[in-house]
Design a binder for this molecule. Structure first.
Ligand SMILES: [Zn+2]
Length: 113
């Protein structure tokens, strides 16, 4: 794993940060859906997440079929945030590829004025 520099989100009104260490993770415009279910509760389906590291690739049977996923962790504090879909076996789940699920309980909303 290569160590990346921490990235920052700016020029947006609303973003979400890691609940533990407050590093910047995603901006509101990256949220595709708020109606997803994580492992521990409600989750967001998002286009991209910054400042993460990825775990080992695995095939996981989810409610919507078989997917190849990796768990994603905060780069700074290593809290597990959710997972990323790398590959969907079901044709109607292809839209999830390269998108992430982020557990709502792991992130905090920050409003910048
Ligand atoms: Zn963190």
């Amino acid at each position: 794993m290569t160590k990346k520099n921490q990235e920052y989100i700016d020029n947006i009104e609303c973003m979400y940060t890691c609940n533990t260490c407050h590093s910047h993770l995603l901006s509101q415009k990256d949220i595709i859906s708020r109606a997803f279910q994580g492992r521990d509760g409600p989750a967001y389906f998002v286009d991209q997440v910054l400042n993460i590291i990825m775990g080992a690739k695995e095939e996981r049977m989810l409610m919507t079929g078989m997917h190849t996923v990796v768990d994603i962790f905060c780069m700074i504090c290593q809290t597990k945030l959710g997972w990323k879909y790398l590959y969907a076996f079901e044709h109607n789940q292809k839209y999830k590829e390269n998108k992430c699920i982020v557990e709502r309980s792991k992130i905090a909303k920050e409003i910048m004025w």
